[in-house]
Design a protein around this ligand. Structure first.
Ligand SMILES: *Cc1c(COP(=O)(O)O)cnc(C)c1O
Length: 381
């Protein structure tokens, strides 16, 4: 693990604290989640639910995760054996890769990738085969289908897909997903999907969120991962889950029991309450973030940056080349001192950094007044 060092999020958050910068780096909300959920957690905490929950997660949460996937995506999973509660999506990803990969197996994934992917693949002794997402003239990120095809080999064990995609805000289109699914079937490999932003596709996006598991022949080979942190603004609670065929969930459970065994006792019943909230909660949550996205996009443009489209997630990308001679890392290291805002250089999420040298990721999952302050400061660029 020597090459991994400190994550860029920790580094930039520490810099933001040291300089008093508005932190649009790390993607965590600055408001609490729905009051019903907070009340349920408080009740559980005072109501004797503070010991080890059952290994697979409490039954009421597994049932709620099952109902939620049926309600939004028409996917049926048996809460007894096809759903496992984990310590956030991060543990679900790690346990899944460790369960499925032997040393030397290959994992196809799209870069830029979420920073835990490379580390989890390394922990399993597996090898990552990145397929590069590059922005087109319109700023929409895409990949070369031939490169994707070429990334598969007879050592491929699984494809790791994140959509809606952090850091680009890309939502994979049906045709792209169909190609990924066809390659999974052709090479008889698993798919692991990170869908933590499943409820954050904006209403003006040309794409909808389509879980890969809903495509032909995919449910039986897909482990579908999501988490409460992003949807219910409780990233510190670390409640996630993985759903899939019984035999695969059983393999993941075997790994998970020796990573954390269980987690989040009193938070599990609270997330069960949150998942059952009416559609209006989910719509209101998305509408709020879409407003923040638009507010930040307008501010970045006013500051003279070129803004790339964001169809979903907590994030928007700006190209800094009109405002800085430096690359994204140099720009982000000096931005807190220069104007008092922190952001994350997109290039750190790539193995092959060239297509993203001047791209910077800004998080808009913050209060309106905080974005307003950031926009005022960015005007000083
Ligand atoms: C935040 C995030 C995660 C981690 O989710 P946790 O539930 O906090 O572990 C995983 N994948 C992506 C793409 C994320 O943005």
């Amino acid at each position: 693990m020597r090459p991994f060092g400190t994550t860029i999020f920790a580094e930039m958050s520490a810099l933001a604290v040291r300089t008093g910068a508005v932190n649009l780096g790390q993607g965590f909300p600055d408001t609490d989640g729905p009051p019903e959920m907070l009340a349920a957690a408080e009740q559980a905490l005072r109501g004797g639910r503070n010991q080890y929950p059952p290994g697979p997660g409490i039954p009421e949460l597994r049932a709620a995760v099952g109902r939620h996937q049926q309600r939004f995506w028409g996917l049926g999973y048996d809460p007894d054996g096809e759903i496992l509660i984990t310590a956030g999506a991060t543990e679900a990803i790690a346990a899944t890769i460790l369960a499925l990969c032997e040393p030397g197996d290959e994992v196809v994934c799209f870069e830029p990738f979420y920073d835990s992917y490379a580390a989890s693949i390394a922990l399993a002794g597996a090898v990552r085969r990145p397929v590069t997402l590059t922005p087109s003239e319109t700023g929409n990120f895409g990949f070369d289908p031939e490169r994707l095809r070429a990334a598969f080999s007879d050592r491929t064990r699984l494809v790791l897909l994140n959509s809606p995609h952090n850091p680009t805000g890309k939502v994979f289109a049906r045709a792209e997903l169909e190609l990924i699914a066809a390659l999974c079937r052709e090479h008889d490999v698993y798919a692991v999907t990170d869908e933590v932003y499943e409820h954050l596709v904006f209403t003006d996006s040309a794409e909808q969120h389509i879980p890969l598991a809903t495509l032909d022949g995919m449910r039986e080979r897909t482990l579908r991962i999501s988490s409460a942190g992003k949807t219910f603004s409780c990233t510190g609670w670390k409640i996630g889950w993985v759903s899939g065929p019984r035999a695969l969930i059983s393999a993941v459970t075997r790994v998970k029991q020796f990573l954390t065994y269980v987690n989040g006792g009193p938070f599990q019943p609270a997330i069960a309450v949150a998942l059952d909230l009416p559609d209006e909660y989910y719509q209101g949550f998305r509408a709020g973030l879409q407003d923040r996205r638009d507010q930040l996009a307008a501010g970045l443009r006013q500051a003279g940056l070129r803004v790339l489209p964001s169809d979903g997630t907590y994030f928007i990308t700006a190209d800094i080349s009109d405002k800085s001679k430096k690359d994204g890392i140099g720009f982000c290291l000096e931005l807190p001192e220069r104007v008092g805002v922190a952001a994350i250089p997109t290039q750190v999420f790539y193995d092959n950094q060239e297509p993203a040298r001047t791209l910077v990721r800004f998080a808009f999952c913050k209060r309106e007044s905080v974005i307003e302050e950031a926009v005022t400061r960015l005007a000083g660029l």
